[in-house]
Ligand binder design. Structure first.
Ligand SMILES: C[S@@+](CC[C@H](N)C(=O)[O-])C[C@H]1O[C@@H](n2cnc3c(N)ncnc32)[C@H](O)[C@@H]1O
Length: 325
């Protein structure tokens, strides 16, 4: 570890007394205590040079801790099942969650892991690589500049991690605020690659609103027509229904799925976390519900539908045929 990192870690160890830690955590357990996780928190901009936490970082620190606790049980299961846990962060951007997961694998769960962050923006990838080095996490945490539609996970993973026999799938796929249909790209990767766990926090879901907007000009009847014609309502409802459709398609493809609020809506409206654990029970009912929801709201589907592997698309086509009179 370079000299100044060691000096910073020492400074943080002294700075973060139990009383001070209580002050920022409100007495709740936090998965990344600031004294121990000083380097990663500093790399993410949550600690100042003197190792203190600026007032505006305290809330973020609480939120990211909560996010880690929301995925911790599922990751614990992966640690018990696999000698090395492989994670894909799709549309990683600043990669907050992935940095924290990498830190937790090394320091909290003490389990080997290989984490790959992918983003189409080469500048953020360069930044992530610099931060990974600054956080002392370079070994198990790698980044690649690629659009998700171009990502061949096995090839990308093999470029960063050496294996005698290259693995064919990640165990977990995460995507936080991957804009609009990029969340569908991430879910499609998880389903196609049969990832055991998926966690996505969608944002900017505009696909249904776009489709409904086109319908507003063409059709005027139907129970949903008032929504098609009201831009604010179609955006709001479109976002929630997109996530409901994602949940149903995931269930139909063998995942047990929950939708949870992961930060209070007063902080951000983009606060739904969809978590799915692959059980392999392909629920035809869920595909029928997807088809019924799509038919009832105007017949506009979501991108994930088109990206499903052929066997799931065939099952969905059967469900849709039954839903359409
Ligand atoms: C709002 S940022 C969120 C980043 C990060 N996950 C976070 O929570 O801080 C969305 C990121 O997704 C990336 N992105 C959007 N669509 C993408 C795509 N199709 N392929 C790869 N990256 C994409 C953008 O470049 C951007 O960095």
């Amino acid at each position: 570890m370079p000299e100044d990192f060691e000096a910073f870690a020492r400074r943080a160890g002294v700075h973060w007394t139990p009383e001070l830690v209580r002050k920022v955590t409100g007495g709740k357990a936090h998965p990344i205590p600031p004294g121990e996780g000083a380097l990663v928190l500093r790399a993410l901009g949550l600690l100042a040079k003197d190792a203190s936490m600026p007032a505006d970082a305290v809330r973020k620190y609480g939120q990211i801790g909560h996010l880690v606790t929301l995925v911790e049980d599922a990751i614990g299961d992966l640690c018990r099942a696999f000698p090395t846990v492989r994670v894909l962060d799709a549309g990683c951007g600043s990669s907050y969650l992935t940095f924290l997961l990498a830190w937790c694998f090394s320091n909290r769960w003490r389990h080997p892991a290989e984490l790959l962050g992918v983003d189409r923006d080469a500048r953020v990838i360069t930044k992530c690589r610099e931060r990974a080095l600054a956080a002392g996490l370079g070994d198990g945490l790698r980044f690649e500049a690629l659009a998700l539609s171009e990502l061949d996970w096995a090839e990308a993973h093999a470029r960063h991690f050496a294996h005698a026999e290259p693995p064919t799938r990640p165990h977990a796929v995460v995507a936080l605020h991957a804009c609009d249909t990029a969340t569908c790209d991430a879910l499609a990767k998880a389903i196609t690659l049969e990832a055991d766990f998926v966690a996505v926090a969608p944002c900017c879901q505009a696909e249904l609103a776009r489709g409904w907007s086109a319908l507003a000009g063409e059709q005027t009847d139907g129970a949903f027509a008032p929504i098609w014609r009201a831009p604010q309502l179609r955006r709001e409802l479109g976002a929630s229904l997109t996530d409901a459709m994602r949940l149903l398609l995931l269930r139909g493809c063998g995942y047990e799925v929950t939708a949870t609020e992961f930060v209070p809506s007063s902080h951000t409206p983009k606060n739904t976390l969809l978590r799915g654990v692959r059980r392999g029970r392909y629920l035809m009912d869920a595909l029928s519900q997807y088809a019924a929801l799509k038919a009832a709201t105007g017949g506009i589907g979501i991108r994930l539908e088109e990206l499903l592997p052929p066997e799931h698309r065939e099952r969905l086509a059967r469900a849709q045929a039954l839903a359409t009179p």
